[in-house]
Design a protein around this ligand. Structure first.
Ligand code: ZN
Length: 515
């Protein structure tokens, strides 16, 4: 068994998420060991006075029955950071509802890729290696931690039926072909943002070492407007949450596109370092991300951009990634990392121009994992759903340290969709000429490493300045959420069963799977 249960009792936290599937490897799930401390172990990287102040805060979600009865608390039996013996506690944050939304028939963003990913994760039985959570939606107050009040009000109010009444707002808020108004748009935003926040809380309270939310990673969203298929920026919200207890957070983005929304949000601070690898030619969306964008003021040198040309291959991408990320981590010394795993950097992506294979993309994630730093893993772009789901399933296996058979399980729903090879690792490379010469990449690397020379002496933070309140939710809202959770918990057994079935809605969507 990978993990040892040291107690199973209530952990005070600002959190109402709950296990949807108890990990069958963990025995006697309902035992409460009253002989052990009721507080989670506080990692050494955190400031104990701040941690204890919010742990003692009574204005947290502590009374819903699900949290009380099912919150697990694990301690790894062996933990050797940086080596093969690193056995992180991995959690998987997924609310199946998030896959049921449609941007539009012709729109390349297909939320059902999340359902495909989940089917693969379940068929490969990776759920046995993780704690599975069905997160609640983010509240308006949580979204307002980053976004403006009028923008969130607009997102909440506008629907396809009343969109004509918002004519003046549509332009103001950049609503159009890329970011259309669709049915349930705000619910969708709350779901994917809620999952990232849930994941960040599991890292903060020490219940997870690696927390995965494939529905998150919408890195383009801005404070006042949506951008590039992204409406609210779950990454920024999660980083803001992590900053309450972590002095330094590193953001790594390997999406095809520049992670502009996250960079912009933290461009002025030295507490968040953003590193983005992406296609850049000055015109390609979003048009930013050249090597000379490095931050401003106190944040100068704390943004790093790796502009790449079409067709980059596995070997050169991995080599460049490792040669930059290793010194970034050892110099900046982050206490938490967010890894954005956008799948549009794969070869054969509907909107992509790179030549990466699934193993190469995963090798980058594996490298970051090897440093043994608490990590939030999110999705992002990715517009060929069958390859997106393959990638994120594979990367889930990387996080849990499992080796998967390349042949897809016979029990996989929609298995025919993965024909003719039925493989987890189809060849996705060699389709596009590699325009990145060895000389270009070498010069780029040297320029970027030069920037790191300014990072010596990573900033430390007076943690007393960090507000202990993690959520700013009113007592009434807290009670409403708790009541709702308790009502829903009665239906949970049925929901768990349903998750394993291909629903009629899924079937109806089958026709869309060929993009
Ligand atoms: Zn992208």
């Amino acid at each position: 068994m990978r993990l040892k249960i040291v107690q199973r009792t209530f952990v005070k936290q600002t959190d109402v998420s709950y296990l949807t599937h108890h990990n069958p490897k963990h025995t006697n799930p309902h035992q409460i060991d009253k002989t052990t401390s009721t507080k989670p172990q506080i990692p050494i990287t955190r400031n104990s006075s701040i941690m204890s102040s919010w742990l003692d805060d009574d204005s947290t979600f502590s009374t819903d029955r699900k949290t009380l009865s099912q919150t697990p608390y694990y301690e790894p039996t062996a933990k050797e950071f940086g080596g093969s013996g690193y056995t992180p506690r991995v959690s998987y944050h997924y609310n199946p509802d998030v896959s049921r939304y449609h941007y539009g028939v012709r729109h390349p963003m297909k939320p059902f890729r999340l359902m495909l990913t989940d089917h693969l994760v379940i068929s490969y039985k990776l759920y046995e290696q993780m704690d599975l959570y069905k997160p609640r939606k983010a509240t308006n107050e949580e979204l307002l931690e980053f976004h403006s009040d009028d923008y969130i009000k607009f997102l909440e109010s506008v629907t396809p039926d009343n969109v004509n009444k918002f004519a003046s707002s549509l332009k103001k808020f950049n609503i159009g072909d890329d970011c259309p108004v669709f049915d349930g748009m705000f619910d969708y935003c709350q779901l994917y943002a809620g999952a990232s926040l849930d994941a960040s809380r599991k890292l903060i309270n020490g219940m997870s070492d690696i927390a995965i939310n494939w529905s998150g990673g919408l890195h383009h969203a801005k404070k006042y407007e949506p951008s590039g298929f992204c409406y609210v920026n779950d990454i920024v919200l999660s980083i803001l949450n992590l900053l309450r207890v972590h002095p330094r957070v590193l953001y790594i983005d390997i999406d095809l596109h520049h992670g502009d929304g996250v960079q912009e949000a933290f461009y002025l601070t030295d507490r968040v370092m953003t590193v983005s690898f992406h296609k850049y030619n000055g015109e390609f969306f979003p048009g930013t991300g050249n090597y000379d964008e490095t931050g401003v003021g106190k944040g100068k040198h704390f943004a790093l951009n790796v502009p790449l040309q079409d067709g980059i291959d596995d070997e050169s991408y991995i080599r460049l990634f490792k040669s930059i990320i290793e010194p970034v981590i050892t110099t900046f010394r982050p206490t938490a990392i967010i890894q954005q795993c956008g799948a549009d950097s794969l070869g054969c992506d509907r909107l992509g121009t790179f030549n990466l294979n699934i193993r190469a993309h995963g090798e980058c994630v594996k490298f970051v994992k090897s440093f043994g730093i608490p990590m939030l893993v999110v999705g992002g772009g990715g517009y060929t759903p069958r390859n997106v789901s393959r990638l994120w399933c594979y990367e889930t296996s990387v996080m849990t340290g499992q080796q998967l058979n390349s042949k897809l399980p016979e029990s996989l729903p929609f298995r025919n969709f993965f024909q003719p090879d039925y493989s987890l690792h189809p060849n996705l490379g060699d389709r596009i000429d590699n325009k990145n010469s060895k000389k270009y990449l070498e010069n780029l690397k040297n320029t970027l490493l030069e920037n790191l020379r300014y990072l010596r002496g990573a900033p430390s933070v007076a943690m007393q300045e960090i507000p202990p309140d993690l959520q700013n939710i009113t007592n009434d809202e807290e009670q409403a959420i708790i009541d709702k959770l308790n009502r829903e918990s009665e239906l949970d057994d049925i929901e768990e069963e349903n998750r394993y079935w291909v629903t009629k809605k899924d079937e109806a969507r089958k026709g869309e799977l060929v993009d």
